[in-house]
Design a protein around this ligand. Structure first.
Ligand SMILES: Nc1ncnc2c1ncn2[C@@H]1O[C@H](COP(=O)(O)OP(=O)(O)OP(=O)(O)O)[C@@H](O)[C@H]1O
Ligand code: SF4
Ligand SMILES: [Mg+2]
Length: 324
């Protein structure tokens, strides 16, 4: 049994101007110990997908369909109290721009201590020892526990957020752009830290990133999102060597390669569709160099092709039917 199984998940934001479906028929699995990467342009639904797993979708957002099965149980049937316990014990998240989420008027040590108390550690001496140990684990000298967040660099604050997310030794850690906005040396240090933790804690992780090289380094499988859909999902090597969805191809071609043949970089012309007024057919049709007539009329189903899941009429057989 997979640790996490997401089936046909749909999330809507219901606003005065209409309903925007930010996550559409999304399905994926996470096996124990694996790291799955989620990648795609800004606004394609990565954070909303992550938040759904933790029950953090709040109005105007609403999970409107599908299931989230964690350790065999459907989280959509959990009470608020059960969800709260799950977030404390089993699934934790390092949120996008988390480094700005620390309380500015409390020392770093007291904030870690507070979370430890919430997790049932009552004895003050034990709390002190655990704070030191957690700071050390993320590469910060325990002497710095009396500092305030503003005395820390962005990278150090992010290390603290990773320490907080690791407190409960969760089964699943969601990392939403954990290194975005930090300089490259700090990014490298944080990636090394996350790799070490993953091995030490046998972590299962969902890693959201813009950066293809980060996904390639950290993940065994990757799902590419566009306009709320997963458009291609495959093991990392297969997808990078031979992407087959036109959006994945464009995404990979638009990214600089450090090794191997140097290709001319391409940007993807056009912009993603407005979710309030989505097209009738494929979300990528307006930008796709291979778009066919059917693409503007029918939403492509997800199918298995060339050893991966893909959502594109080039592989559904619909185009062939339409031409008959
Ligand atoms: N609270 C909200 N109310 C209305 N719409 C929202 C809300 N949060 C997100 N959205 C919309 O849902 C869509 C998906 O947003 P989401 O934050 O999940 O994207 P993302 O892939 O994480 O983007 P980024 O890479 O910029 O973080 C976007 O079109 C966004 O405008
Ligand atoms: S379904 Fe059509 S428009 Fe969409 S990606 Fe495939 S070929 Fe392009
Ligand atoms: Mg996001």
């Amino acid at each position: 049994m997979a640790l996490l199984e997401v089936n046909n998940l749909c999330v809507d934001y219901e606003m005065k101007r209409g309903t925007a479906r930010a996550v559409n028929d999304v399905s994926f699995k996470l096996e124990q110990g694996e790291t799955l990467g989620l990648i795609g342009e800004s606004g394609c639904g990565k954070t909303t997908t992550a938040m759904s797993l933790l029950g953090f979708v709040t109005p105007p957002g609403r999970i409107s369909g599908g299931s989230v099965i964690f350790k065999g149980k459907d989280l959509r049937s959990f009470s608020n109290e059960q969800m709260r316990r799950l977030r404390g014990e089993s699934i934790s998240i390092v949120r996008q721009e988390a480094q700005n989420a620390l309380n500015p008027v409390l020392t770093v040590g007291s904030q870690i201590g507070e979370v430890l108390r919430e997790h049932g550690v009552k004895n003050n001496r034990e709390i002190e020892a655990r704070v030191d140990q957690l700071l050390e684990m993320v590469g910060i000298s325990p002497e710095r526990k009396k500092s305030y967040p503003f005395e820390f660099s962005g990278g150090m604050r992010q290390r603290v957020m990773i320490a907080l997310a690791a407190i409960a030794e969760p089964d699943l850690m969601i990392l939403d752009e954990p290194i975005t906005g930090l300089d490259v040396i700090v990014q490298r240090q944080l990636l090394n830290l996350l790799s070490d933790l993953r091995k030490k804690m046998n972590l299962t992780a969902l890693l959201i990133a813009h950066d293809l090289s980060v996904i390639a380094e950290m993940c065994s499988r990757v799902a590419v999102m566009y306009g709320g859909y997963i458009v291609e999902a495959a093991d990392v090597k297969t997808l990078y060597a031979n992407p087959i969805h036109p959006y994945s191809k464009a995404l990979i071609e638009s990214y600089p390669r450090i090794r191997g043949e140097k290709k001319k970089l391409r940007s993807i012309p056009g912009a993603p569709p407005r979710l309030l007024t989505p097209p009738d057919g494929c979300m990528f049709a307006d930008r796709c160099p291979q778009a066919m007539e059917i693409c503007r009329k029918v939403v492509p189903e997800q199918v298995l092709a060339e050893g991966r899941l893909v959502r594109c009429h080039l592989y559904t057989g619909e185009a062939a039917h339409a031409a008959e």
